[in-house]
Design a protein around this ligand. Structure first.
Ligand SMILES: Cc1ncc(COP(=O)(O)O)c(C=O)c1O
Length: 421
């Protein structure tokens, strides 16, 4: 039976929206970033030497990010996508071997695999999560598996404790894709410190950013770091004896000092950004307690997410409306929600299904040198199911108390109309 409130009260059906003013933009770039970049320009004008790359700013940014991670080594690159490419390339994997990767990710978290002539094996998520888990990974391990990429989606840590158990048992290196999870923790350890290499995207919208595009590749292993540096800069013979020449073919994935100057300022803001996001989610959770149509899902035990956005669950058993209409109603009330994490999972996109990596060859899948199952399909039923039930709320540290209150009011209003008892 539908509850008392009439559907006319919903903004979706012509009622007055709770919120007419837009929710705030992040405002995370400010005078400090401008001053840092201006200082580099001033120095360049004064000296006549253009700002470059691998200079003092970039070295300091890498050192400061390594310190943020609790020690280790960092190479700054020009995107999260190229960071994944560099991390894989630095593992020096034989072509036509397999790399397991979580199904819910950005295409840039997956495309470097076939670009290196490696075969992507797409692991399902754990039930009710955007993140891949140990069982789903183990199910895809074959004699050809050479690496595992674990994306931590939406700021929620994947179950790294158990994933690492599986990886170590089989002796397979792990790349953590922390592009969406700067500063998230599991059992009080930062994500990125569990696996062998971690990659962070620092494009403009990430928790902390180095300007328009950027990325960081992190490892605790000095020898691996040295290879990463070569892999990210045309194989230059860094750390090799004098006389060595470029040792591996690669592209130029360097960041630059102007971007690093922005990244350094942003990094100082990162702890507060994460704290505020956690506070906001705690308050939202409190505010919507008792609602049935929508909940904030619990992360894996021991996790402290950093919430790049907030994943929320829609519960269709309490309403005859579908998720799309429910989200339309939230949006009409003024709430910034996205109905689907993305239009399609990367491995269901044309580039993957038509194997468009190297012209029409179908490589790397069609190579006679690939000895695995060429026709492997990846139904990923958990991932598909979670895409059908979850939606994303665009929270960020710029939200004030009124924004949180309005969000709660909106959820309550939409539930009061759409929930059926
Ligand atoms: C999980 C994940 N991996 C990789 C990337 C690619 O990063 P970039 O956009 O910096 O290339 C992203 C981008 O958002 C991402 O979310």
């Amino acid at each position: 039976m539908r509850q008392q409130t009439t559907t006319h009260s919903l903004a979706l059906h012509g009622g007055t929206p709770i919120r007419t003013a837009p929710f705030p933009n992040r405002g995370h770039i400010g005078a400090e970033e401008k001053a840092a970049v201006a200082a580099l320009f001033d120095a360049a004008i004064e000296s006549g030497i253009a700002p470059g790359y691998n200079g003092a700013e970039e070295i300091a940014y890498c050192e400061e990010f390594a310190a943020f991670m609790g020690g280790g080594y960092v190479d700054a690159v020009n995107s999260g996508t190229t960071g994944i490419y560099v991390a894989l390339h630095a593992l020096d994997l034989e072509p036509f071997t397999e790399v397991i990767v979580g199904a819910v990710t950005d295409p840039g978290g997956m495309m470097p695999i076939p670009l290196l002539n490696l075969i992507p094996m797409v692991a399902d998520t754990t039930p009710n999560s955007y993140n891949v888990g140990p069982e789903q990974i183990e199910a895809l391990i074959t004699p050809l598996t050479r690496a595992i990429i674990v994306p931590h989606i939406a700021g929620e840590p994947a179950d790294m404790i158990n994933i690492m158990k599986v990886a170590r048992q089989y002796g397979i290196p792990v790349i953590e894709d922390c592009s969406q999870s700067h500063g998230a923790r599991l059992d009080d350890k930062l994500v990125g410190t569990f696996g062998d290499i971690a990659v962070f995207s620092t494009m403009s919208g990430k928790h902390h950013s180095s300007g328009g595009q950027g990325g960081l590749v992190y490892t605790q292993d000095e020898m691996r770091y040295q290879i990463i540096r070569r892999a990210s800069d045309r194989g230059k013979p860094f750390f090799l004896p004098p006389g060595a020449t470029n040792v591996m073919a690669s592209l130029n994935f360097n960041l630059n000092d102007l971007a690093a100057a922005i990244g350094r300022v942003q990094l100082k803001k990162l702890p507060d950004i994460i704290d505020r996001r956690r506070q906001i989610v705690a308050k939202l959770n409190e505010g919507i307690a008792g609602l049935q149509t929508v909940t904030i899902p619990a992360p894996v035990p021991g996790a402290e997410p950093s919430y790049w956005f907030l994943r929320m669950c829609f519960h269709p058993q309490y309403t005859s409306y579908d998720k799309g209409t429910f989200c339309d109603a939230l949006r009409a009330e003024g709430l910034p929600v996205t109905t689907d994490y993305r239009a399609a999972l990367p491995h269901t996109m044309d580039w993957f299904t038509h194997r468009r990596v190297f012209g029409n060859s179908g490589y790397p899948w069609t190579s006679p040198d690939y000895k695995g199952d060429t026709h492997h399909t990846f139904p990923c039923s958990n991932a598909q199911a979670i895409m059908d039930t979850c939606f994303n709320l665009g929270i960020h540290e710029g939200w004030e108390e009124q924004d949180i209150e309005d969000a709660v009011t909106i959820f309550k209003k939409v539930e009061s109309v759409m929930r059926e008892t």
